[in-house]
Design a protein around this ligand. Sequence first.
Ligand SMILES: C[S@@+](CC[C@H](N)C(=O)[O-])C[C@H]1O[C@@H](n2cnc3c(N)ncnc32)[C@H](O)[C@@H]1O
Length: 173
Amino acid sequence: MLVAVPAFAQPQVKPSQQPDVIYVPTPHEVVEDMLRLANVGKGDVLYDLGSGDGRIPVTAAKKFGVRAVGIDIDPQRIAEANENARRNGVTDLVKFRNENLFKADFREATVVTLYLLPDLNVKLRPKLLAELKPGSRIISHQFDMGTWKPEKRIELSGRTIYLWTVPVPPKKP
Ligand SMILES: C[S@@+](CC[C@H](N)C(=O)[O-])C[C@H]1O[C@@H](n2cnc3c(N)ncnc32)[C@H](O)[C@@H]1O
């Protein structure tokens, strides 16, 4: 059972940069659906871009045993996420970084999770395709990726979840 950390229990810190999207957590049951759809397992490194209270990386570590990183622009969220990892006993597997996801280095990821907005997914798409290795999986809660059609689109727990796999780039002539 994951231990939730109430937001009011955390000290208030203002972000130095404005978030591109407000904090709305993914319901816990949907988090597990996302990780199962990504087939997260041994050897994976999961990055949640815009990680909120850290529930996706914490669940990935606690229930799927993988290393995970959360990136969030808001230091308040990072403080909550660190406390969440501590309470769930996964600080050895999970790290949180207070960064702008559009500038962050996530090249080591084999699984990326997103709960952003449609236009942010589209804006992020070139960076995902340039930086992730072929075969890496991208899972988005609720929002698609414009003209990049998903490999899977499923409705679970009243939410839509999308899966893409990073393709092998075409050979240069
Ligand atoms: C909708 S919440 C999703 C939280 C978490 N991924 C989840 O599914 O529960 C979006 C998060 O993205 C963060 N965020 C917004 N703009 C960001 C940016 N440019 N770089 C990093 N994080 C950002 C917000 O602070 C917020 O915590």
